[in-house]
Structures are given as structure tokens and as C-alpha cells.
Design a protein around this ligand. Structure first.
Ligand code: SAM
Length: 248
């Protein structure tokens, strides 16, 4: 996979040399960070201007972005522009980007990038959540962490992807390590029993209960896939079918 990132703050991407992402960079991912200002030609290396129609703040000019994206574009490239007005970024979206040959991330600052750039390149605007950041850099770091760890071979133990939160629509069950007792809090006995069948069932139950109490919106989506035992567990814990209120 080739990944190009364009930003006026290339220094933001130093963490991409660390940890498993740094390792993936040397094998599976060919990643380059570019300073947008290299595509400016005035003495101040200007990348922004006042907004048409008035209002506060500055808007990123289309010309440097056009030169940058023309230079980096390829027939297989998908251009992604982080934006609070974009499609919400999810684990599903991260997984859908794993097979991509070439991703280009265009990091906005100020009031954002002139909309004609997004239109001209058919770029996809992607939001990290319903809040506003200073710029797209942190959003790109988050997206890259989510995408790169899904690339086959990046994680040492790929099976850890199967049961983690959002992989199957549920949150993962809580996890514990040694010691068995810490500050008078004990690791659930079942996890130390060695009975793999019971442990798997306990983890499933915990995932269901945790999702029901913390993220009922997620549970609603997987509700039709739950079996009788799942439903009985949830009913016993006081979680009714999400459609129940509506039906009454
Ligand atoms: N004026 C814009 C608006 O209200 O939609 C916000 C601009 S924000 C200050 C500057 C840049 O930060 C955006 O162009 C985008 O690249 C990035 N950004 C801010 N919030 C974001 C979010 N929730 N998700 C992804 N990118 C975000």
C-alpha cells in the first residue's frame, strides 16, 4: 500500500516511525509525508485566503492543493479529506480501505479546504466524530492506526483482531492479567479455570452486557443475529429488545 499525506505541519507525523506502524512502514506500507507549502511560489508560501461571502477565519487556497494532488495522484488513488462534515470513520471503513493500493490524505487547517478541490478530485470527506479539531493531522494519525493494524501481517497475533471491540458489532469483554488479586479486586474466577468453553461463553456474555449498557446503539444493529441464549441473558439483565418500546 502506498500512502501520501499532505499537510502544512509534517512534523505532526513523527509518531508514524514508532511501534508497529514504524515496522509496517519498512515492509507493507510505503508512506510519505509532504509539506503543502512546497507547492506555493510566493515569498510568504501562502496556503490560505479570506473566505468568499465573508465570515471569520481563513480558507485553504485551491492552487497549492491542486498542484500537490496532481503531483501525487495515481489512477488507483483514493483521496481522503478529514472533515467534521464528512462520513463517520468506523472500523468497517478502516477495513474497507485495507485493500487499497494508494491512499492520499489531505489535511485541512483553518476553516478547511476550498470545496472545489474536494469536488474536482472526487475526494471522500471523513469525520472522526462530532467535534471540531484544529486540523486534519490528528484525524489522519487515528485513521492510519486503525487501517494499518488491519493489514495482514502487521499484528503479530492476527487472531486478536477477531474478538476485539467493533470486529463483530460488540464491545470486547474486559481483560485481565497477573496478579490474580490487586487492591482487593480479584480476576473473575472463571478466567483462571482453564475451561476454554466456559471462558468463551463468559467472554461472549460480558461482551453482550457491556455493549447493552455502554453502547445500546451498537447492540440494536446486531440484535437480529443474537441467539436464544444471548437474548435470555440480556432479558435477565433487564435489557429488552430495542424494538420493544416502539412496538408498545
Ligand atoms: N469550519 C469547519 C467546519 O465547521 O466544518 C471546521 C474546520 S477545522 C477548524 C480545520 C480542519 O480540521 C478541517 O478542515 C479538518 O481537516 C480537520 N477536522 C476538524 N474536525 C475534524 C473531525 N471531527 N474529523 C476530521 N477532521 C476534522
Amino acid at each position: 500500500m502506498r500512502i501520501d499525506i499532505v499537510s502544512i505541519f509534517p512534523e505532526y507525523f513523527a509518531p508514524l516511525d514508532l511501534s508497529l506502524i514504524g515496522k509496517a512502514r519498512s515492509s507493507q506500507v510505503d508512506l510519505a509525508v509532504h509539506d503543502l507549502r512546497q507547492w506555493t511560489f510566493d515569498v510568504h508560501r501562502t496556503v490560505d485566503d479570506t473566505p468568499y461571502g465573508g465570515g471569520p477565519g481563513m480558507v485553504m487556497k485551491p492552487e497549492p492543493w491542486g498542484l500537490a494532488l496532481d503531483a501525487l495522484n495515481s489512477p488507483s488513488a483514493q483521496i481522503i479529506v478529514p472533515s467534521p462534515a464528512g462520513k463517520p470513520f468506523t472500523q468497517e471503513m478502516a477495513a474497507s480501505l485495507v485493500p487499497a493500493d494508494h491512499l492520499i490524505f489531505a489535511c485541512g487547517r483553518y476553516e478547511g479546504i476550498d470545496q472545489r478541490v474536494i469536488e474536482h478530485y472526487g475526494a471522500t470527506e471523513v469525520s472522526l466524530g462530532d467535534y471540531v479539531l484544529f486540523g486534519g493531522e490528528v484525524a489522519v494519525l487515528v485513521m492510519l492506526e486503525a487501517i494499518i493494524r488491519l493489514i495482514p501481517g502487521v499484528l503479530g497475533n492476527a487472531s486478536s483482531l477477531d474478538e476485539e471491540s467493533h470486529a463483530n458489532g460488540l464491545l470486547e469483554s474486559p481483560v485481565y492479567t497477573k496478579p490474580p488479586s490487586w487492591r482487593e479486586l480479584d480476576v473473575p474466577e472463571i478466567l483462571r479455570s482453564g475451561d476454554h468453553g466456559k471462558i468463551a461463553r463468559w467472554r461472549r456474555d460480558q461482551a453482550l452486557l457491556r455493549t447493552a449498557s455502554l453502547r445500546p446503539d451498537l447492540l440494536e444493529k446486531v440484535w437480529p443475529t443474537l441467539d436464544k441464549r444471548d437474548l435470555a441473558l440480556l432479558a435477565e439483565a433487564g435489557f429488552a429488545s430495542p424494538g420493544a418500546d416502539v412496538a408498545e
